[in-house]
Design a protein around this ligand. Structure first.
Ligand code: ATP
Length: 364
């Protein structure tokens, strides 16, 4: 099923929870809404499920407007963060409850369908267990089985792992991902955890204050963030504000012959504080303000075309790497360096850090 949101806004009195959200989710896609608390993820999901009506805009399933269509008629499966199972029902009865509005798909009985679903979520034989006797992860898998029981065309998952500990969360998300791709069901997943979003999604939409900042594959939003917000929210980033001091268009071309001059690299020289940096592949007029970011893993110790010298303010050993925070001209930046097991970096010591001209990425 293809899902579209076309200019969906939701206002509560004077508060705007969603501000003209437009999204398109393809058939079979694992699509994630990610953003900080209060950015409108749950409200978006509730508008899709039909628990809320948009103040403006339209939700469409396969091109058909869902205006006025009640939740139970939308054929959507939903798993909420705290959508606890019914404690007085067995696991099997909880899953069967998912079939209260619909017959099981295909030519199977309700009991057969329940068995099928429990196998799918790796809980075969758990039919007669009480929900209270299951772990949090198992309970959420039962909730997933219940949501999937009627064979929905669309699966909505609202922070289904957030109550679980980190290890369990990772295991469950791999299971959810596997089940989703096995069934090929179009899925919208909500999380505030950007690393979870990058790990499971085909594409993600980064939301901020009820608006879509960027939609893209995990790699696109990580490597080519459009806005400062995305650059800072997705992964860690060093963001610097500068002013173009020189245009370097043709910098490389000058050295090339006529044929190669077509491969000229555009670039600019940017001043930040009392230092200048060369940024390749960037266009800009002299005097123009420019914001750019460099990932901590693209900064290097004692290497790189653009060099800065900072003072170490914090180090964190992470196993295979060490994360070093350092102060440069009153700005705190981060570099991640591979850890060889010997080197220690002293707090307060000076650090020579650099990045290549093509490692910087300009954001709005
Ligand atoms: P979280 O991760 O904390 O659940 P979220 O991204 O899911 O946050 P929403 O729950 O969609 O965010 O809320 C978006 C905004 O709309 C918030 O500012 C919230 O306070 C507001 N809001 C949501 N529901 C209502 C409501 N029923 N009445 C008034 N304001 C609401």
């Amino acid at each position: 099923m293809k899902l579209e949101l076309d200019g969906v806004s939701k206002r509560y009195g004077t508060a705007t929870a969603l501000d003209s959200v437009s999204l398109s989710v393809e058939e079979g896609e694992f699509f994630t809404l990610v953003g900080p608390s209060g950015c409108g993820k749950t409200t978006t999901l509730r508008c899709i499920a039909g628990f809320e009506s948009p103040t403006d805009g339209t939700v469409r399933f396969d091109g058909e407007s869902m205006d006025g269509v009640p939740p139970e008629a939308r054929g959507v499966g939903v798993v909420f963060q705290n959508y606890a199972l019914f404690p007085h029902m067995t696991v099997g009865e909880n899953v069967a409850y998912g079939l209260r509005f619909a017959d099981p798909p295909g030519d199977v009985s309700r009991d057969e369908r329940v068995t099928e679903l429990l196998e799918l979520v790796d809980l075969a034989g758990f039919e007669d267990r009480e929900p209270d006797s299951l772990s949090g992860g198992q309970q959420q898998r039962v909730a997933l089985a219940r949501a999937l029981a009627p064979g929905p065309d669309l699966l909505l998952l609202d922070e289904p792992m957030s109550a679980l500990d980190a290890r369990l969360r990772e295991r469950l998300r791999r299971q959810v991902k596997r089940i989703q791709s096995e069934l090929g069901v179009t899925t919208v997943y909500v999380t505030h955890d950007q690393s979870e979003a990058l790990a499971v999604s085909d594409r993600v939409a980064v939301l901020n204050r009820g608006r879509v900042e960027q939609v893209g594959t995990p790699r696109e939003v990580y490597h080519r963030p459009k806005t400062r917000f995305v650059a800072e929210f997705v992964g860690e980033n060093n963001v610097l504000d500068g002013v173009v001091t020189r245009s370097l268009t043709g910098r490389r071309g000058q050295l090339a012959d006529v044929v190669e001059s077509r491969l000229e690299t555009e670039g600019v020289e940017v001043g930040v504080g009392d230092q200048t940096f060369v940024l390749d592949g960037v266009d800009g007029d002299v005097g123009e303000a420019i914001t750019f970011c460099v990932r901590p893993e693209d900064l290097h110790l004692d290497a790189g075309e653009n060099r800065i010298r900072g003072t170490v303010v914090e180090t964190e050993f992470q196993g295979s790497a060490t994360r070093i925070r350092f102060d440069w001209q009153g700005i705190e930046l981060t570099v991640v360096v591979a850890d060889d097991g010997n080197e220690t970096v002293e707090l307060g010591s000076e650090l020579d850090v650099g990045f290549d001209a093509d490692a910087a990425h300009v954001v709005e």
